[in-house]
Design a protein around this ligand. Structure first.
Ligand SMILES: [Zn+2]
Ligand SMILES: [Zn+2]
Length: 88
């Protein structure tokens, strides 16, 4: 009778990837690998750009704005760094 319930507890171990396909990678959080967690696991929305309805990609910005910003900084190079210094 009681034996029927024995198998149920041993199925799930904490720290094992169950929510994404990368079961060979190291568990990061919420059953996902590092990559998938950062892509799908976080529900935060962008706060640092006007697209507050979009998902935050990095540094509070949506993917679009973050990449635009990244390209801009890359192009401006030194000039941007100087402006950052002044704004402090
Ligand atoms: Zn994954
Ligand atoms: Zn944006």
């Amino acid at each position: 009778m009681a034996e029927l319930q024995l198998g149920r507890k041993s199925g799930r171990k904490p720290g094992v990837i169950t929510a994404c396909r990368h079961t060979h990678l190291k568990h990061f959080a919420k059953g996902m690998c590092n990559h998938c967690y950062h892509r799908y696991g976080r529900k935060s929305l962008a706060t640092e750009c006007k697209h507050s309805d979009r998902k935050m990609y990095s540094k509070g910005k949506c993917q679009n704005c973050y990449i635009n910003e990244y390209n801009k900084v890359k192009r401006q190079g030194k000039k941007q760094a100087q402006e950052d210094e002044l704004n402090r």
